[in-house]
Design a binder for this molecule. Structure first.
Ligand SMILES: C[S@@+](CC[C@H](N)C(=O)[O-])C[C@H]1O[C@@H](n2cnc3c(N)ncnc32)[C@H](O)[C@@H]1O
Length: 215
């Protein structure tokens, strides 16, 4: 067994090879299913852990084309790659930063915060949900998508396979975590890849949890 990497080290190396684009291609069909549920918005969008920046570019072109889009990533290489790929967008700004450590007092409250495959890297998932809640304006929404959760057996080998420390929460843990962070109207969906005809009984799909910060 090799020693484990921190998320920033691991994703620095992913950004330098074709795993960054592979990750984008794998995630997009599920992210798109969430984005199809999100209406147009003229406020500010925050994306935590942007990776290559594909999702923030979509939002800047579509639902948030009249708003501003902020993205951050703890990996300097991923943040650099996303910055490069988003440079023609005037309404996108990307930073190299740890979401849990970044002080957001210089920015207005967001109307929507989104992340795909990020929250389980946080040493304390509840802290991430609480912080996201504190950064939203009343009526703002948090959308958290992930494949690594207790019910999704197909991902149970990830700690061993990827050697990056990750935390396992169940669907109920995410739902309750949202409620404890003050969200109302908390809903969950499990997205499957409709294009993929070969179903795997261990694959329970991408878990999407979303909620609204009360007015
Ligand atoms: C599995 S990748 C997903 C990237 C992208 N969201 C996607 O859908 O392809 C997780 C990303 O989250 C970033 N990340 C992990 N912990 C973070 C933190 N505390 N703050 C900001 N980014 C973080 C990693 O560097 C990595 O780019």
């Amino acid at each position: 067994m090799t020693s484990s990497n921190s998320a920033d080290q691991a994703f620095d190396s992913w950004a330098k090879d074709d795993r960054a684009d592979g990750m984008e291609n794998e995630h997009w069909p599920f992210v798109k299913q969430a984005f199809d549920l999100i209406p147009n918005n003229s406020g500010d969008y925050l994306e935590i852990g942007v990776g290559t920046g594909y999702a923030i570019r979509y939002m800047a072109n579509h639902q948030f084309s009249r708003g501003r889009c902020f993205g951050l990533d703890i990996s300097s290489e991923m943040a650099g790659l996303a910055k490069q790929r988003c440079q023609e967008f005037k309404n996108i700004s990307i930073e190299h930063a740890d979401f849990l450590a970044r002080d957001f007092s210089d920015l207005q409250k967001f109307s929507l915060i989104f992340s795909m495959e990020v929250f389980y890297y946080f040493p304390d998932i509840q802290k991430g949900l609480d912080k996201a809640s504190s950064l939203l304006q009343p009526g703002g929404q948090l959308w958290v998508l992930l494949d690594y959760y207790k019910e999704n057996k197909i991902t149970h080998d990830w700690p061993e396979k990827y050697q990056i420390p990750i935390r396992s929460w169940s669907m109920a843990d995410y739902r309750n975590g949202f409620i404890d962070a003050g969200f109302s109207k908390v809903e969950q969906r499990q997205f499957i890849d409709a294009q993929n005809n070969i179903s795997n009984p261990s694959d329970f799909g991408t878990l999407c949890t979303f909620g609204i910060k009360p007015e």
